[in-house]
Ligand binder design. Structure first.
Ligand code: N2P
Length: 348
C-alpha cells in the first residue's frame, strides 16, 4: 500500500512538472538564419530574440554559390536564408524553397511594388525583398587619374597590382562579358570563352580576388580600384572621402537579395515571424542605416535622412538603372561558369 501511494505521488509530481517542461521546450526554438557577411545590424537580431523568446543561430556566407552548396548539403536546417534573384530562381526550380504564408507577413505591404513580381518569383510566393543595389567600380580619386566610366580601366596596365576583383564567379565573369559588350546573362559558349581569356589576361594586374575584405583594403588605400556592390561603396566613401563609385557605361548588374524559407526549415512559423519582424518599419530603417545598402521598404526609405535618400550610389538615377541587368539563372550553364572560374583562378 505504501509502495502504491509512493508511485501515485511520483506520478502526480510528473504530471505537475510536464506542462513546464513542454513550455520551456517551446521557448527553446532556435532559428537558423543564413545571410551574406556584413549584411545585418546584429542588434536587430537581439531585438527579435528578446521580443519573441526565440534564439537565433546566425551564420554567414560569401557568395550565392557557397550558400547554395551548404543548403543543398543539408547539414544545418536553415530556416531563413537571403540569396540573390538568380539563385532564388534556381532554388525554386529545384524545389528547395517553401512557399511563404503571407498572412503571417503583413509587413510585406511596405515593400515597394517595383520589387514585386520580378522574374525570379513572378507570383510573389517564395521571397521577401531585403536589400538591392548595383555593382560598379569603387576607386580612389588620389590614385586614379583617368576617368572611371568603363570596365576597361580594370585592364589598364597603369594600375598593375592596384586592382581588386570580387572572388565571386558571377560578378567577375559578368564584368568581363560586359567589357566585351555582351550580356552578363549570355549562354553563348564562345562569348564565355572570350570572357575567360579577358580575365586570364587581367590576372597579372589584380592585387587580389576578395570578398568583404575589399572594404578594408580600399579604405586603407592599399588598392586603387575594385569591383564593389554599391552598398559597400556607400560605407567605404563614408570612411574615406577620397573614394568614389561609378557604374560603367557598358552596363552592370542590378541585384535584389531576398529573405526565403528553405525546405530544410523546421520552424516555418517562426521563420515567417522573423521575416515579418525584419519588415517592421523601424527595424528596416535601423538595419538599412547600419548596412548602407538600398532598401526596398517604402516607409523605411522615407525615414532615412535626406543625404542618404539623395545618395546616387545607393539610389541611382533611372539612366544608370536602365543599363543594368538582373542576373538570370543559367541552369546547366552554371557548370561552364564553374569551369571558367576554376581555370581563371588556376592560371599563372
Ligand atoms: C554584403 C554582400 C551583399 C551582396 N556583404 C550583394 N548581393
Amino acid at each position: 500500500m505504501k509502495k502504491l501511494s509512493k508511485l501515485i505521488a511520483i506520478f502526480l509530481i510528473m504530471l505537475s512538472v510536464l506542462p513546464f517542461t513542454s513550455c520551456s521546450k517551446d521557448k527553446k526554438v532556435t532559428l537558423n538564419v543564413y545571410n551574406w557577411g556584413d549584411y545585418i545590424d546584429e542588434s536587430v537580431i537581439s531585438e527579435f530574440e528578446n521580443k519573441y523568446g526565440i534564439k537565433v543561430n546566425y551564420e554567414t556566407f560569401a557568395t550565392n554559390e557557397d550558400m547554395y552548396v551548404k543548403i543543398k548539403a543539408g547539414g544545418t536546417a536553415f530556416d531563413v536564408a537571403i540569396p540573390s534573384d538568380y539563385m532564388i530562381s534556381k532554388m525554386i526550380k529545384e524545389g528547395m524553397l517553401e512557399k511563404i504564408d503571407f498572412s503571417n507577413v503583413p509587413n510585406y505591404k511596405f515593400i515597394d511594388e517595383r520589387f514585386k513580381g520580378l522574374d525570379f518569383d513572378p507570383n510573389n510566393e517564395y521571397s521577401v525583398p531585403y536589400m538591392w543595389g548595383v555593382v560598379g567600380i569603387v576607386y580612389n580619386k588620389k590614385m586614379v587619374s583617368d576617368p572611371v566610366d568603363s570596365w576597361d580601366i580594370l585592364w589598364n596596365e597603369k594600375y598593375k597590382k592596384q586592382i581588386l576583383m570580387l572572388d565571386s564567379q558571377r560578378e567577375s565573369i559578368g564584368v568581363a562579358l560586359q567589357k566585351l559588350g555582351y550580356s552578363l546573362n549570355t549562354t553563348d559558349k564562345d562569348k564565355l570563352e572570350q570572357a575567360k581569356e579577358e580575365l586570364i589576361k587581367q590576372k597579372p594586374l589584380v592585387l587580389a580576388y576578395v570578398g568583404d575584405e575589399i572594404k578594408d583594403k580600399m579604405i586603407s588605400g592599399e588598392a586603387a580600384l575594385a569591383i564593389a556592390w554599391a552598398g559597400d561603396a556607400v560605407f567605404m566613401k563614408q570612411q574615406n572621402p577620397d573614394l568614389e563609385f561609378a557604374v560603367p557605361k557598358e552596363g552592370s548588374n542590378l541585384f535584389v537579395d531576398c529573405m526565403v524559407i528553405p525546405k530544410t526549415s523546421k520552424h516555418k512559423k517562426e521563420a515567417e515571424m522573423f521575416i515579418n519582424f525584419m519588415c517592421e518599419t523601424e527595424i528596416a530603417k535601423k538595419n538599412t542605416e547600419y548596412i548602407g545598402y538600398s532598401t526596398p521598404h517604402k516607409e523605411a526609405y522615407k525615414l532615412l535622412d535626406e543625404e542618404t535618400r539623395n545618395d546616387k550610389t545607393a539610389y541611382p538615377d533611372e539612366d544608370v538603372l536602365s543599363r543594368c541587368e538582373v542576373y538570370k539563372d543559367l541552369s546547366d550553364m552554371l557548370k561552364e561558369y564553374d569551369r571558367i572560374w576554376t581555370e581563371v583562378k588556376a592560371a599563372k
